[in-house]
Every structure is written in structure tokens, then in C-alpha cells.
Design a protein around this ligand. Structure first.
Ligand SMILES: [Fe+2]
Length: 344
């Protein structure tokens, strides 16, 4: 019974931050970000006004990069494509750098110095309406080659802020060892797909690409997005690294995570990368909630199949049902591993 895609024996391992508890950054973000947010007149999300979707010309496939069959679809990554209008970017920045969000949702880790995440739809209605709009979901799904939905609210609009010291000379060409050019160590994401959107003006920016590890062991660079544009990547199944950017005063990117819409597709989302940069109670609640929904849907699908077979007088598929149950057992086992009990 091919109700779910078989789990490979060992999904690729995800390495997370070394810290195991949420930590607030010690460095202050520049005041202009909060000032700009306060001065922006808030409007409601309007797909006609705030979206400018142009499908990317180039989508690299898993087959092309030597990782055929590794993920949940054959899309590896897209070139940057137009997604949001300048006004949408401004509205998003106004929500991110608003006082209540900055006060409660800033994080730091050994992976990235300044992150803002987990603020939820009540404080950022524009951002959530945008990412959950049918137009955006359709565009992202089309690029990904599989129907996707946002994974958990926790990872809708995760923000990485990097403020560059403009007094340092732009000397990318001279960069020597690999460490000098990486903004983020080699890693795999915790979610099947991510969409990275640029919320900063990137005129004059040098670097900022994403390097992907090919099946052959070599690497390939994908151009980073410019303001309002985005890239989609199957980051759970591709080892990748963000390269440093130079020549711009700020680089603010927004990462939104996606999972397959169908509960019957393999789901290997892990919490490794999130525990240290999340409110644990919110994280575990959202994780449990979506997973229980997936399990419920899967069990209902199995039950329907069993019933239909019986009605049509076909013999019970013992091997198929047992295999299905084994998969669900394994799915629940991963939850027991992921929900590490942390002290407050
Ligand atoms: Fe990543």
C-alpha cells in the first residue's frame, strides 16, 4: 500500500547551534531601523498592490547538482525572482523593527549574531497575510515542484540582520581561506524548503551568494537575492553555506520555511536548528500541533483504504498496512527525540 513515501533509513543529519538555550544579542541594532518602523504608516496586505511575482528563469534541479532522489521534489534552488513590491518590503520592515517585536523576539547564536523570529501573526499581520496568501503559496509551490504550505508560524519571517562596518574595505577578491568569506557555516536546514527574501537595498553589494555542495563533492554558487526578490531552496537535503556580503551598510534577509501540503509526503522536519533560538513552549506546541494533524490525516487515509478494500472484497493488505504503521511509529519516534526537555 503506497499511502506514504517510504522513509529512507537515515534522513540527513542537521547540525544546530552549540547553545541549547535562547540567548538575547548583546549588540544593539542601529536606531534608524526602529525610527523608520515608527514612521511607516501601516496598511493591510493587498496582493494586487504588494506582490510583483515573476517566475524565475532558472531553477536548478537536484538531478543537475548530483542529488537525484534525495529530496521531496527535484527542485534544488531557484535563481532570485521578483516577489514583493518596495511598499511590501517597507511594511514588513515596519513590523519587524516595531517596539514590541524588538523587545521580545531578538536572538543570537554562534550561527548568526542578530536574529528576530517567532513574533507571530498578532504583531506582524502583514507578514503573515503575505506568506499565507494563495498567490505566494502558489508561486513558491510552482518553483519547488511540489505543493507547499508554511511549516510553522515560528518560522514564518525569520529575520537575519547583519550590519556591516562600512569602514572596512571591500576586498572580496583578496579573500583567502574559506572561513573569511562565509557568513554562516556549512549546514542543512531543519525544514524541507525555505524561501529567502531580501529586505535591504543591495546596490553595490559584493558577495552574499549561497554555496551548495554538489553530489560530486564540488560546490556551486547561487546568486543572492536583491531587495524584494527571493530564492527558493530545498535546504534540508542540500548542504549549503551563505557567503559574506560586503559593500552595503545592512543586509536584512527574511527566511520562511515550508513543508509539503499533503500529509502523505515524507516529512523530515527537525527542531535542531530552532531550539536555541525559540521560545521552547511555542516551538513544541506548534510542532506537536502540526504533526498530530499530519498523523491524524494519515490514519484517516489508511482507514479509508482498508474500508474500500473490504467493500470491494479484496484481501487485506497485511504487509502494506504493517509497513504504513511502521512509518508512523518512526514518525512518532522522531518527535520523542526532537522534543528535548529543557529547563527554564
Ligand atoms: Fe540554510
Amino acid at each position: 500500500m503506497a499511502t506514504t513515501i517510504l522513509l529512507p533509513s537515515a534522513p540527513p543529519l542537521v547540525v544546530g547551534p552549540k547553545l541549547d538555550k535562547a540567548t538575547r544579542p548583546t549588540n544593539q541594532l542601529p536606531q534608524y531601523l526602529a525610527d523608520e518602523a515608527r514612521d511607516t504608516r501601516k496598511v493591510a496586505f493587498d496582493p494586487n498592490k504588494h506582490l510583483n511575482i515573476v517566475h524565475p528563469n532558472t531553477i536548478y534541479t537536484m538531478t543537475e547538482i548530483g542529488l537525484e532522489g534525495a529530496g521531496i521534489s527535484d527542485t534544488a534552488a531557484s535563481e532570485p525572482f521578483s516577489l514583493f513590491t518596495p511598499e511590501a518590503v517597507q511594511q514588513m520592515r515596519a513590523e519587524i523593527f516595531s517596539e514590541p517585536v524588538l523587545t521580545n523576539f531578538q536572538y543570537t547564536s554562534d550561527f548568526a549574531s542578530n536574529m528576530i523570529r517567532g513574533y507571530g501573526p498578532a504583531l506582524a499581520p502583514f507578514i503573515f497575510d503575505a506568506w499565507k496568501s494563495p498567490e505566494v503559496l502558489e508561486a513558491i509551490s510552482k518553483i519547488a515542484g511540489i505543493e507547499l504550505v508554511t511549516a510553522m508560524d515560528m518560522d514564518v519571517g525569520h529575520i537575519n540582520v547583519s550590519i556591516n562596518d562600512m569602514s572596512i574595505e571591500v576586498s572580496r577578491g583578496k579573500a583567502g581561506p574559506e572561513d573569511d568569506v562565509s557568513a554562516f557555516a556549512w549546514h542543512r536546514d531543519s525544514y524541507p524548503f525555505v524561501c529567502v527574501t531580501m529586505l535591504s537595498e543591495c546596490v553595490g553589494m559584493v558577495g552574499g551568494e549561497t554555496a551548495m555542495r554538489l553530489g560530486s563533492g564540488g560546490t556551486m554558487n547561487v546568486r543572492g537575492p536583491a531587495i524584494g526578490t527571493a530564492v527558493v531552496m530545498q535546504g534540508r537535503y542540500i548542504e549549503h553555506q551563505a557567503l559574506k556580503s560586503f559593500g552595503v551598510p545592512e543586509r536584512i534577509s527574511m527566511v520562511t520555511a515550508f513543508r509539503p501540503k499533503s500529509p502523505l509526503i515524507r516529512d523530515e522536519t527537525v527542531l535542531t536548528g530552532m531550539r536555541a533560538i525559540s521560545n521552547i513552549s511555542d516551538l513544541y506546541s506548534q510542532y506537536t500541533e502540526y504533526r498530530l494533524e499530519v498523523i491524524g490525516d494519515r490514519l484517516r487515509a489508511l482507514s479509508k483504504k482498508v474500508r474500500e478494500r473490504e467493500r470491494s472484497k479484496r484481501p487485506f493488505d497485511t504487509a502494506g498496512v504493517k509497513n504504513f504503521l511502521r512509518e508512523q511509529k518512526q514518525y512518532i519516534e522522531t518527535m520523542l527525540v526532537e522534543m528535548v526537555e529543557l529547563e527554564d
